[in-house]
Structures are given as structure tokens and as C-alpha cells.
Design a protein around this ligand. Structure first.
Ligand SMILES: Cc1cc2nc3c(=O)[nH]c(=O)nc-3n(C[C@H](O)[C@H](O)[C@H](O)COP(=O)(O)OP(=O)(O)OC[C@H]3O[C@@H](n4cnc5c(N)ncnc54)[C@H](O)[C@@H]3O)c2cc1C
Length: 388
């Protein structure tokens, strides 16, 4: 028999839905108006950042003990989803603050956490994540960036490629080889590097297809000396920490993908009800209705998968690797399909910059590539399946 409690079964809580409404209001009022300009001019969405900081949505995952709001993994996904619905570039502010700090949250000493998490929680600094290199993208273990012990510190030499929010962030988790003769995968350590550290500079901003408001640059280390107490976790544990981080943060990329797709579907729904051809609103054609139904169906399946994966991230379930990879892979493929269909539903108007769907289609593409391409996600999923 059902009782009142049963009606709460398997749905997001009231708190989560209240949060969604609050983020949506900020996104609509303060972030959406600048989204096209951030894309057009490839400039960091400062207004979006300020609005996110003012409402505590810029790094919601940071715990209260470090001055954060302590949002759970699902709440963090809802923030990212709602921001991505209007501006994918701005959604990388909470998403990459989580990506950059997650290695600290998972593995750093209390001293490092107490030093670096509060400024991020306060909106005074952002945190980026440097794993990929030009010649070591999917094959992260083949990285060359080197950290050599030197007295009581470390000296970094090498580069990291395609780093999101590079230059605008003050702090960086950087993965570097500390034992060049050591076993592949176990010879890498994680460090915090500060923007102000001598010997640390940035490459020119990449000229990208989408997420143009989010700066992507190389990190360049030339004799960059950092103190010994900047290591995150134990020596040789770096890659393990970096990959454990991705288990959690791929879920947030799934949320970003869901948000981008929802933005495109919402816009297309409005358009087909207004646009007339053959003497009717195009929404009256069954061919159009079937497209809309398919888009919404796929999107809802992606959202449910992301939310289930977020719950697993929050609980630290053993099968998180599978679910994080599956949610990111599925949701990003859905985002690409839904945004492409949204462009189709607008016809010629979809292909020009007068409407946001062409930006959303370009923005969606990156979700199939970063934090591991969707081929790599399938490798992660298969590995977990075959281990069982
Ligand atoms: C805009 C942007 C932002 C990014 N932000 C960050 C960031 O903040 N931090 C960071 O560390 N990195 C970041 N990246 C890097 C990103 O994670 C890598 O680009 C990605 O992991 C793929 O690596 P790659 O580009 O070297 O591609 P490659 O590894 O060269 O892959 C090329 C193709 O081969 C496929 N492939 C590779 N290996 C296999 C295999 N074993 N089986 C089947 N197919 C395979 C890939 O799926 C892909 O289709 C970013 C990239 C971009 C473009």
C-alpha cells in the first residue's frame, strides 16, 4: 500500500528542486544575457562568474569545513546542468573548480586542503586540472612533464595541454613524473602549482569550435620550483588520484551535456510553435513531433543516468567507474544528437548566429571529447564489466 512517504520514492528531493529553481533564476537573469557575447568574442564570462559567486554556485561541492556550501554530488550536477542550459562556458566554472580540487579532496593532507580550498569556496580563486599533454591525451601514463626533487622542494619542467580555465585560475593540480625509471602508471605524482610560481607560464589561448568563453591554454613549466609540501597524496599515487577524480567529475560533464541539450530542446520547442510553413505551425507536422519526442526521450534517459551516477559518486559506490563513464558517454552523445536536431528544427535559422542553437551544437561536441573521449569511456566501462 502506498503512503505519503512512497510518493517521495525515486525522485529528486524538494531541496534539490528548490536549488534548481534558484540556479535557473540566476542563470536566466545574469548568465544567459552574456552567453552569445562570451562565445562571439571568446572572452571569459566574468559577469557569469560574479553572479555564480554572489549566489554561492561557483564551487558548490566544497565542504562547509572549508567555507563552502557543501552541496552533494547531485546538487552540484543540478547547478552545472542549469548553468549549461544557458551558457556551457559558464558551466565550466563550477565543473572545473570541482575537477581541480577533487584530487585534494580525495587525497591531500589537511594542511593543503586548509590552505587551498577556502579561497576557492570564497570565490577568490579558481582551480584547474592539468593532466593531458600534447603527446599524452588518452594515454595519460605516457606523460613527460617531470618533477624532480631538489633540496626540500620540486622543480617542474614540461607542459600540459588544453587546460580549461588556464590563466584565469590561481591554482592548478598538475600531474608530473617523479620517478622516470619507475613502473608506468606508478611513477607519477600530483602537485598544487600556483599561478604566481616562478617558471610557470601559459601558452596562447586555443582557438576552439565551442565553449569559447572558457579559456583553454597550455601550462608551461620551465624550471618551476615549488615547495616540498605541495604534493597531493603520496609519491607515485598521482595517476591513481587523477583517474579517481575523473570517476567523480565525468558525472558533472554528463550534467553539463544534459544542460546544453535541454537548452537546445527548450529553444526548439518555442520555435516550432511560432514558425509557420504550408499554412500551419510546423509543430503540427507529425515528422516534427516525432523528432521532438525522440529528443526529449533521449534527454530524459541521459538525465536519469547522470543523477543515478551522481548518487553513486556521493556514496562512493564501487561501480562508480562504470556509471561515471556511462553517464558521461551517453549524455554527451545525447547532447550532440539533440543539439544537431535542434538546429535541424530551426532550418536555415538554426545555422546562423541569430539563435543560440548553433552555439549549443558547437558547445555540445566537446562533451564527447574531454575528461576522456567516448572511446575511452567505453574502455573504462568494459574494464569494469570484465573485472566482475
Ligand atoms: C576544450 C578542451 C578542454 C580540455 N580541458 C582539459 C583540462 O582541463 N585538463 C586536462 O588535463 N585535459 C583537458 N583536455 C584534454 C582532453 O581531455 C583530451 O583532449 C582528451 O582526453 C583526448 O586526448 P587527445 O586529444 O590527445 O586525443 P587522442 O588520445 O590523440 O585521441 C585521438 C582519437 O583516438 C581515439 N583513441 C585513443 N586511444 C584509443 C583507444 N585505446 N581505443 C580506441 N580509440 C582510441 C580517441 O577516442 C580519439 O577519437 C581538454 C581538451 C579540450 C579540447
Amino acid at each position: 500500500m502506498s503512503n505519503d512517504k512512497d510518493f517521495d520514492f525515486f525522485r529528486t528531493s524538494e531541496d534539490h528542486e528548490e536549488l534548481r529553481a534558484a540556479v535557473r533564476a540566476v542563470a536566466q537573469d545574469k548568465i544567459a544575457p552574456h552567453a552569445a557575447e562570451a562565445d562571439e568574442t571568446a572572452t571569459f564570462p566574468q559577469a557569469g562568474y560574479d553572479a555564480l559567486v554572489a549566489s554561492d554556485f561557483h564551487a558548490p561541492h566544497i565542504g562547509q569545513e572549508y567555507g563552502g556550501v557543501g552541496a552533494d554530488a547531485l546538487a552540484t550536477c543540478i547547478v552545472i546542468e542549469e548553468v549549461a542550459r544557458v551558457c556551457a562556458s559558464s558551466s565550466l566554472i563550477p565543473a572545473v573548480n570541482k575537477l581541480g580540487t577533487m584530487p585534494l579532496i580525495l587525497a591531500a593532507s589537511e594542511q593543503i586542503k586548509a590552505k587551498y580550498l577556502p579561497p576557492v569556496a570564497a570565490g577568490e580563486a579558481m582551480f584547474a586540472y592539468g593532466l593531458s599533454e600534447r603527446e599524452a591525451g588518452s594515454d595519460t601514463a605516457s606523460m613527460k612533464c617531470r618533477a624532480k626533487a631538489d633540496g626540500d622542494g620540486w622543480v617542474l619542467n614540461g607542459q600540459k595541454s588544453w587546460i580549461t580555465n588556464a590563466g584565469v585560475s590561481d591554482f592548478y593540480t598538475v600531474l608530473a613524473v617523479t620517478d622516470p625509471d619507475g613502473k608506468r602508471g606508478s611513477n607519477v605524482s600530483a602537485f598544487v602549482v600556483e599561478k604566481a610560481d616562478a617558471g610557470f607560464t601559459f601558452g596562447d589561448p586555443e582557438r576552439k569550435m565551442g565553449i569559447k568563453g572558457s579559456p583553454t591554454r597550455e601550462l608551461i613549466f620551465a624550471g618551476c620550483r615549488i615547495p616540498g609540501d605541495r604534493m597531493v597524496g603520496a609519491p607515485g599515487e598521482g595517476l591513481k588520484i587523477a583517474l579517481a577524480t575523473l570517476d567523480h567529475t565525468r558525472v558533472t560533464i554528463g550534467a553539463q551535456a544534459v544542460g546544453i541539450a535541454q537548452g537546445a530542446l527548450d529553444f526548439a520547442l518555442g520555435y516550432v510553435k511560432e514558425r509557420s510553413q504550408f499554412g500551419k505551425h510546423i509543430s503540427q507536422f507529425q515528422g516534427i513531433q516525432f523528432m521532438l519526442a525522440d529528443m526529449a526521450m533521449k534527454l530524459e534517459a541521459a538525465r536519469q543516468m547522470v543523477y543515478v551516477a551522481a548518487a553513486k559518486s556521493e556514496r562512493g559506490d564501487k561501480d562508480l567507474s562504470f556509471f561515471g563513464a556511462a553517464a558521461k558517454c551517453f549524455a554527451s552523445d545525447v547532447a550532440m544528437a539533440v543539439t544537431t536536431d535542434a538546429v535541424q528544427l530551426l532550418g536555415g535559422a538554426g545555422y546562423v548566429k541569430d539563435y543560440p542553437v548553433e552555439r549549443m551544437m558547437r558547445d555540445a561536441k566537446i562533451t564527447q571529447i574531454y575528461e576522456g573521449t567516448n572511446q575511452i569511456q567505453r574502455i573504462v566501462m568494459a574494464r569494469q564489466l570484465l573485472k566482475a
